[in-house]
Design a binder for this molecule. Structure first.
Ligand code: CAO
Length: 431
């Protein structure tokens, strides 16, 4: 017969006011006896709290980050089993990796045995590296066959969360070639040493922003799975700049800012039309190239929380002013955190412009599944030898990173040379 039961924190030894670092259940969940409800963490250890009963969760009395002690009520459960609670066996897998003493529950108390407190940074994993994760997450990773040491942690103090493990698996499934090579011939790199920086001076620890954690994982994957080469070139934009200024003055009244990037968008499309390999992606087998007959261009936008790459659609069909307007709108949207996942999908090629800031060249990371990305640095006046004399010209540095599996160096040099030609003579945009 169903019965409402309060489930409390059992005997957890001498620990008091212990932080809840994971909540594995929510209202409405049906759970079995011994299912993990939450994970607690002290300065030195993490431990799972399993359920003493099977049933349906009716109310949660705690939330992530709360501090609890023995006896704190965790949740109200409609028990499907009126019998005495089961004493949960100490999870063998955890004991196997961490032969720490089990914190035994008092014999008479209706409480399960808590999983052994596990010293967080001392668990060796199959890869030989150390993982910063709760016992429940290690078990979850093991169930999915994931070496937890390879999962980048996004939680507090870089702890690996359930979402991190799920994203890792999704990433591995989405990239069959990458995972095959990772398993086969060692994308496995040396573990980073765990360094106590406080030993050398005062430090402050701040978590990375959500955007940085997500973009960081993508950038890392793209960097290690795509053979990058960067081709550098320069475009003489003296004439283009004169026209841009003229156009800019005209549209400033309408609060439309015409920057060099707008011209880059049009010129890039022109180059993509001439060199279709750059407007393509490898398919999942890695053996076919998918050529796209549309021209959606991603633009890297620097926001206070990190890098975002919204996509401007059908750039081939739009004029300079329309693009300037859309660029202003989409970068404002990114900086106001209003960008959606859909706004960042479907790109064919990306541009990363640091021209408003400075620098002479850089090596942008390809935004997979695209096969190339154009980096743009700050233009500057330079002496250029022309018709038997040095003349002052405004030169724009271009840095094109490309996927060498798809594009050969000669083709990349042709692409940037053509791009430079179009930018030097923007009448070609109209041809
Ligand atoms: N050379 C010289 N000046 C340039 C230039 C260039 N290549 N590109 C832009 N400028 C000038 C603009 O004309 C503008 O000048 P005024 O203020 O005098 O009008 C100024 O620099 C600032 O431009 P902007 O940055 O506001 O506009 P944009 O269209 O060039 O770029 C955006 C828009 C959203 C791409 C940009 O703001 C941005 O976020 N850039 C950073 C992208 C980034 O982080 N890339 C790195 C990715 S890899 O980590």
């Amino acid at each position: 017969m169903a019965e409402m039961k309060n489930v409390s924190v059992p005997d957890i030894g001498d620990y008091k006011d212990v932080s809840i670092i994971e909540v594995m259940v929510k209202v409405g969940d049906t759970i079995a006896a011994e299912d993990t409800l939450l994970t607690l963490e002290t300065d030195k250890a993490a431990m799972d709290v399993p359920s003493p009963y099977a049933g349906v969760i009716k109310e949660l009395k705690i939330k992530l980050g709360d501090k609890v002690s023995q006896g704190s009520v965790i949740l109200v459960l409609e028990s499907s089993d009126a019998a005495a609670p089961k004493a949960a066996a100490a999870p063998a897998a955890i004991a196997a990796v961490a032969p720490a003493p089990v914190v035994a529950a008092p014999v008479a108390a209706p409480a399960p045995v808590i999983a052994a407190p596990v010293a967080i940074q001392t668990i060796a994993t199959p890869s030989g590296k150390k993982a910063h994760a709760s016992p429940a997450m290690r078990r979850f990773a093991r169930e999915l066959g994931v070496d937890i040491a390879l999962v980048p942690g996004s939680g507090d103090k870089n702890r690996v969360t359930r979402e991190d493990v799920q994203n890792f698996v999704k990433g591995a499934l989405a990239s069959p070639r990458a995972s095959a090579s990772a398993g086969g011939n060692g994308l496995q790199v040396l573990a980073s040493p765990v360094i106590d920086f406080a030993k050398f001076g005062a430090v402050e620890v701040k978590p990375l922003s959500r955007i940085k954690k997500i973009s960081g994982a993508n950038l890392h994957r793209n960097w290690v799975t795509i053979p990058h080469v960067t081709q550098f070139d320069e475009a003489d934009i003296t004439e283009m700049e004169a026209f841009r200024k003229q156009l800019g003055e005209e549209y400033a009244k309408q609060a439309i800012k015409i920057t060099p990037l707008v011209f880059m968008l049009k010129a890039v499309v022109k180059a993509l039309q001439r060199f279709p390999e750059f407007n393509a992606s490898l398919d999942a087998s890695g053996e076919n190239l998918v050529y796209k007959n549309y021209f959606h261009i991603g633009v890297a936008v620097d926001t206070p929380d990190g890098l975002m790459v919204p996509v401007l659609r059908d750039v081939d069909t739009k004029g300079l002013v329309q693009l300037a307007k859309e660029l202003g709108e989409i970068s404002a949207k990114a900086r106001e955190k209003k960008i959606t996942a859909a706004d960042m999908q479907g790109g064919c090629f990306s541009i990363s412009s640091l021209g408003g800031i400075g620098g002479t060249a850089f090596t942008p990371i390809i935004n997979a599944p695209e096969v190339a990305i154009l980096g743009v640095s700050k233009s500057c006046m330079k002496p250029v030898y022309k018709d038997g004399e040095f003349v002052a010209r405004l030169m724009l540095p271009l840095s094109l990173s490309y996927d060498h599996r798809v594009i050969d160096g000669a083709l990349a040099a042709r692409f940037t040379a053509y791009l430079a030609k179009v930018l030097s003579d923007i009448r070609l945009l109209a041809v």
